[in-house]
Structure formats: structure tokens, C-alpha cells
Design a binder for this molecule. Structure first.
Ligand code: NAD
Length: 437
């Protein structure tokens, strides 16, 4: 299959390179010329484990190319994926679909022969209808099918997720069987690997993505509230999570208490679902509560640090480890660290931050934070050390070294990666989330 991928971001680049690895001919298009020229030089604009090698081998095989020339790429393609961003619209929280519609217009004008246009971006119910309307209005002669195929990969494990998905959801409308055939061919290698292909209607497919993300966000928020209750009643949230997670109906994943969910998907997707549901007079109140509880939690984690430090941090130095919204990515979008650091700065603390991959993006989003080049430099002279993101490199810290560097040996572990007795024997006071300290 000849595939064009519009948007070479986290999703477009990973999907494009994996399709090339399956044996398809893939052209990744982005309007960001800097990104395309970097990719052409073999430089990967994002941090995602394994991506650099996979890009290099598929470029070498001739199956993967990068261009800013959408016109030529689309004209030669059997399938065109739209993988552009759908951020929250400023002001109201609806998904901003301007990039998707702009891409649809550009694609429409350049279609040649039967082409399947696939929306891979996360888009609200009905967006596929509008994409189809735009294409037919721009190019009434086009022989086209518009399909929904939401992406479920997780940053940090994106290649593995793309190549071994739990399922592939494909929404196709109309009686024309050609689109279904093409999509089956695109995903044949995964289908042969026994990943289920779930065919449904376009609107259902669009809603599956939001329902899935909202459910996971709700699960995280649920265990976070249980963690707060554990602190009040002297119970241990990790044991609660294990005790309920072993029930097959509940499952153990997404039951780790922490500083609240962040990232480029859950915050904006839960909000967009709330807005869609309100527009259709069918409010999703559990999701509304999830959004509100999670929003409040991030700053509350700043207050937790302040409480652990004795209630006053004005003039204190606080070292923060882990700034990205999760480990193994450089993505800082909506990371809980932003609100935690802000809350500490608002209370008068000086914050020194360190993250293995996120420093460059963090600098752009967090004003006034001093940047360190490793955990020990961050901890020098600090009154408290806070773990916000559970990078592997923070799982085996040298506590004796930290203790001699710090002014006050206090660890606030917002990811519960240590145990109190482990750090106490090095002279540290310790606070965590939802565990009897
Ligand atoms: P991103 O911001 O990393 O990448 C989007 C890219 O699209 C950018 O490089 C941008 O320059 C490019 N672009 C925008 N308009 C364009 C146009 N008209 N022509 C060519 N290029 C254009 O975004 P992302 O994180 O890859 O997310 C893309 C979509 O996938 C979103 O809808 C997101 O919700 C969804 N999604 C993301 C993830 C994730 O983990 N990041 C997972 C599943 C789904």
C-alpha cells in the first residue's frame, strides 16, 4: 500500500514508521519544515525509545520518506492518514479541529483515483462527517472513502503498542466494501499476529476513543481519591489497589495513586467528551467529576509538599525530580509537574528541577525554575526533594550522597516508588501518597 501520513508528531511519526516496517511505502508530511529537514538528516524531533533505529532502518530500505510536499504525496497514495494535533480550543475546552479541517481541504484538492482518507487524530463524534463534507465540497469528483481509525498508543511505549495493540478500531460508513478491504490490507501484518480488528461505524469508532480515555482517566482519579481517604483512615492505597485489582472485573492497571493524570491526551480528551455530551444534552457527570477532581489534585500535591516541609516554604529550596507527564517521553504537555512547581513557587520556594529527557520542553513551560543536570545537583542545599515522575533513574537514588548534599533530608515521593523504612535508614523523613507514613 502507498500511505501518506499527514502530521509527523508523536502519533504520525510512530504510525508512519511502523507501517513502513510492515512493508508499506510511507511518506510522512508535516508543515513544520524544521521537523522535516531534521528527519531527512536522520534527527528525530521527539524522544521515544527505539524510534531512532526504526526510522533509520526504514529510511535505508527506501520505504520511509519525509516531505513538506503534501500535494505529490497525496496524489500517489492509496491511503492518507490525518494525524495532526487536536488540542483543547482556547476558552471552551472543545477539541480544536482547525488542523484536521485544514488538512482535509489540502488533501481533497490533490486526490487521484480511489483513496481512503483516515482520521487517526482523536476527534469528536461527527468529525468524520465534516471531513467527508469538506472533501466532497472541495473536490466533487473525488473517489474517496472517509474512515475513522483512532490511535491508542502510549508515549514511552509507542512502538510496542503500535505493533502489538490490544485491538484496532476502524469506523467505516456506507455500503462500499472497498474502504474495509483497504484497511484490512493496511493492518494485515497485525491481523495475522492475532490483534483483533474491530469494524464499526465511523461515529461509534470516534466515540470509542473518548470513552476509552475517559474510563482510564476515571480509574486513575478513583484510586487517587481512595489514596486521600487512606491517608485519613490509616490504610495503604497500594494494598487497596492490589486487593481490588486482582478482581478480573477491575484489573490492576491504572490503579497507581499519584499526582493526577496529565499529558497530551487525557486532560484534553476528557474535557472534549464533557463538551460533546453537554452539546447533545446527555451530560457525562462521572467524567465531569473526574476532570474537576484531577484539576484540583495537581496543585493539592504542591500543598502536600508544603505540609511535609512543615507548612512554610518561603525562601526554601525545593528540588523536583521528573517533570514530564510520565517516564520515557520528553512530552511536557499538561504535566502535573507544571502545577506542582507553580504551587511551590507561589508559596515562595525556589524550585530546582531535573528530568532525564524533558528539560528542554520544561524550560519553555515552567518559568523561574532553575534547571539542574542530575538529581544530585538539583538536591544541593535543598530543603526537600520531590519525586513527581517515576523515571527508572530515580528508582535507585544514592541516599547517602543526597543526604550530604541536602540542607534538610526530606523526600516527598508522589509516585510511591520507595518505602518509608528504606529511606528512613539513611536519615530521611518521608512522605508519599495514600500510605501510612
Ligand atoms: P503532535 O503535536 O506531536 O503532532 C502533530 C503534527 O501535525 C505537528 O508536527 C504539526 O506540525 C503537524 N501538522 C498540523 N497541521 C498539519 C497540516 N495541515 N499538514 C501537515 N502537518 C500538520 O500531536 P500528537 O501527539 O502526535 O497527536 C496527534 C493526534 O493523535 C491528536 O489528535 C492526539 O489526541 C492523538 N493521539 C495522541 C497520542 C499521544 O500519545 N500523543 C495517542 C493517541 C492519540
Amino acid at each position: 500500500m502507498k500511505i501518506t501520513m499527514i502530521g509527523a508528531g508523536y502519533v504520525g511519526l510512530v504510525s508512519g514508521v511502523c507501517f513502513a516496517d510492515f512493508g508499506h511505502d510511507v511518506v510522512c508530511v508535516d508543515k513544520d519544515e524544521g521537523k522535516i529537514s531534521a528527519l531527512r538528516k536522520g534527527q528525530i524531533p521527539i524522544f521515544e525509545p527505539g524510534l531512532d533505529h526504526l526510522v533509520a532502518s526504514n529510511v535505508a530500505s527506501g520505504r520511509l520518506n519525509f516531505t513538506d510536499d503534501l500535494k505529490t504525496a497525496v496524489a500517489a497514495s492509496d491511503v492518507v492518514f490525518i494525524a495532526v494535533g487536536t488540542p483543547s480550543r482556547r476558552g471552551d475546552g472543545h477539541a480544536d479541529l482547525s488542523y484536521v479541517y485544514a488538512a482535509a481541504r489540502e488533501i481533497a484538492a490533490n486526490l487521484r483515483g480511489f483513496t481512503v482518507v483516515v482520521t487517526k487524530s482523536t476527534v469528536p463524534v461527527g468529525t468524520g462527517d465534516e471531513v467527508e463534507r469538506i472533501i466532497r465540497e472541495t473536490n466533487p469528483e473525488a473517489d474517496v472513502a472517509v474512515v475513522s481509525n483512532p490511535e491508542f498508543l502510549r508515549e514511552g511505549a509507542a512502538i510496542e503498542d503500535f505493533k502489538r495493540p490490544d485491538r484496532i478500531v476502524i469506523g467505516v460508513d456506507g455500503s462500499d466494501g472497498r474502504a474495509r478491504e483497504v484497511m484490512t490490507e493496511v493492518y494485515r501484518p497485525l491481523y495475522l499476529n492475532q490483534s483483533p480488528l474491530v469494524f464499526t461505524t465511523r461515529r461509534t469508532s470516534e466515540l470509542i476513543k473518548y470513552a476509552g480515555n475517559a474510563f482510564l482517566a476515571m480509574k486513575i482519579t478513583f484510586i487517587n481519591e481512595i489514596a486521600d481517604l487512606c491517608e485519613k483512615v490509616g490504610a495503604n492505597v497500594q494494598d487497596v489497589a492490589r486487593g481490588i485489582g486482582l478482581d478480573g472485573r477491575i484489573g490492576s492497571k491504572f490503579l497507581h495513586a499519584g499526582p493526577g493524570y496529565g499529558g497530551s491526551c487525557f486532560p484534553k480528551d476528557t474535557l472534549a467528551l464533557v463538551k460533546t455530551a453537554q452539546d447533545h444534552d446527555s451530560p457525562v457527570r462521572l467524567v465531569e467529576a473526574t476532570v474537576a477532581v484531577n484539576d484540583n489534585r495537581k496543585r493539592a500535591m504542591g500543598r502536600k509538599v508544603i505540609a511535609a516541609a512543615g507548612g512554610e516554604v518561603r525562601g526554601s529550596k525545593i528540588a523536583v525530580l521528573g517533570l514530564t507527564f510520565k517516564p520515557n517521553t520528553d512530552d511536557m504537555r499538561d504535566s502535573p509537574a507544571i502545577a506542582v512547581v507553580q504551587a511551590l513557587q507561589d508559596a515562595g520556594a525556589q524550585v530546582i528541577g531535573y528530568d532525564p529527557e524533558g528539560m528542554e520542553n520544561a524550560r519553555k513551560l515552567i518559568e523561574g525554575m532553575v534547571c539542574a543536570s542530575d538529581p544530585y545537583e538539583a538536591a544541593a542545599g535543598a530543603d526537600a526533594l520531590v519525586i513527581i515522575t517515576e523515571w527508572n533513574e530515580f528508582r535507585a537514588l544514592d541516599f547517602d550522597r543526597l543526604r550530604s548534599a541536602m540542607k534538610t533530608p526530606l523526600l516527598v515521593d508522589l509516585r510511591n516508588i520507595y518505602r518509608k523504612d528504606e529511606v528512613a535508614k539513611h536519615g530521611f523523613r518521608y512522605a508519599s501518597v495514600g500510605r501510612p507514613d
